[in-house]
Design a protein around this ligand. Structure first.
Ligand code: ATP
Length: 366
């Protein structure tokens, strides 16, 4: 089906390397102008998708389309697609300026034009003041900026970035994430970014494609992926999650269910439909849990009882690890609560008796 919004499309793409199946029946539309991130653990097939887009690999079956044209056998240099690699791949003996100009020179672009475009690309990457240095005289972050300037100087339709920040320290990585995101907005071209870091994916992307073992398991905005994970795998991969056992008893309409959660009768709210007597999992993020001192008196609302196992001070928040009573499955939960200096209430001693509830809203029930 033609999709005018999509710039790249993978249609039923499968990729084998000898008998290793790296990708299995991948269907993906990449929208024009979006920041799309492929997220998943090592070996799940992220790089293989990038290499199919750039033309360094061909699909074993299925099609890769760029602007509606099948590209399967079109070589990399004939696609208006550039890649920024993990290791930057700069020419060590050339200056920054010559590194950025290289592709334009090879393409036979007019000299005056080259000078102008290289100047613009270097200014955009905040590297104009270091144009005469060689890569060996630059920091990792600066080399990364040069690699990006070189990749955008010939106005590609799509920029592919394969874990470009993996060699950078934590602070620089954060700064570069913001820079790249701003750059993508400014240039208005499609970026396809690969990472195994969930926070990085969330910080930068319009949409995230979560992968596992050669398959796409969910596509959505960072908010959708975090708040409405489609499976336990996705829920666990993107942040901390508490998983409770429950049984759906009956439906009272509008997504409301009477249920038993870890042995306690409770109402659940789910966007999915369940038959009666279905065993399910209830997924709750740490920030959605509330911990109460049992000594405060009986809570009106249904709750799970347990003891504080550990309190972890995080600065702005405190993680409360709670070991539920055996009557509630004896499982460990983690609640994350905001901390402020005047609020001593959320400082608990190990072993204190507590009750756990969670905020009203739609629970994720799978
Ligand atoms: P990482 O985050 O570690 O880079 P990835 O998600 O990018 O991993 P890919 O590099 O796409 O994963 O690899 C997917 C699978 O295909 C892996 O099992 C890998 O071993 C295999 N694979 C990739 N390239 C080749 C190749 N050239 N020859 C043989 N097997 C390969």
């Amino acid at each position: 089906m033609a999709n005018t919004d999509s710039i790249f499309e993978l249609r039923g793409v499968t990729k084998y390397f000898e008998d290793t199946c790296a990708l299995s029946d991948i269907n993906l539309n990449i929208r024009n102008g979006e920041f799309l991130t492929l997220l998943g653990p090592s070996g799940c097939g992220k790089t293989t998708i990038l290499r199919l887009l750039s033309g360094f690999e061909t699909p074993s079956s299925g099609d890769v389309l760029l602007n509606g044209q099948v590209m399967n056998d079109v070589p990399p240099e004939k696609r208006k697609v550039n890649t920024v690699f993990q290791n930057y791949a700069l020419f060590p003996h050339m200056t920054v300026r010559d590194n950025v100009a290289f592709g334009l020179k090879m393409a036979g672009v007019d000299k005056g034009d080259i000078a102008q475009r290289v100047r613009e690309a270097l200014a955009m990457a905040h590297m104009d003041h270091l144009a005469d240095r060689r890569p060996g005289q630059l920091s990792g972050g600066q080399q990364q900026r040069v690699a990006i300037a070189r990749a955008v100087v010939n106005n590609p339709l799509v920029l592919l970035l394969d874990e470009p920040f993996s060699a950078l320290d934590f602070k620089l990585r954060k700064a570069m994430q913001l820079e790249i995101k701003q750059l993508q907005r400014k240039l208005g071209i499609t970026f396809v970014f690969v990472t195994h870091d969930q926070e990085e994916a969330f910080a930068m992307s319009d949409r995230v494609v979560v992968m596992n073992e050669g398959q796409i398991v969910q596509i959505g905005s960072p908010k959708e992926i975090y708040e409405e994970p489609a499976s336990l795998y996705v829920a666990r991969f993107v942040g901390d999650i508490n998983i409770l056992d429950a049984t759906i008893l009956s439906s009272s309409g509008n997504g409301m269910y009477d249920a038993e959660v870890e042995g306690v009768p409770m109402a659940l709210h789910s966007k999915r439909a369940f038959p009666e007597n279905r065993d399910v999992k209830v997924l709750l993020r740490p920030e959605d849990l509330r911990v109460h001192r049992v000594a405060e008196g009986m809570l009106d609302e249904p709750h799970l009882l347990g003891r504080i196992a550990q309190t972890v001070y995080k600065g702005a928040t405190v993680d409360l690890h709670v070991q539920l009573d055996d009557a509630h499955g004896g499982i460990s939960l983690m609640a994350s609560e905001f901390f402020n200096e005047d609020d001593e209430e959320i400082i608990y001693d190990a072993g204190e008796r507590v009750a756990v509830t969670w905020v009203d809203g739609w629970e994720v029930v799978l």
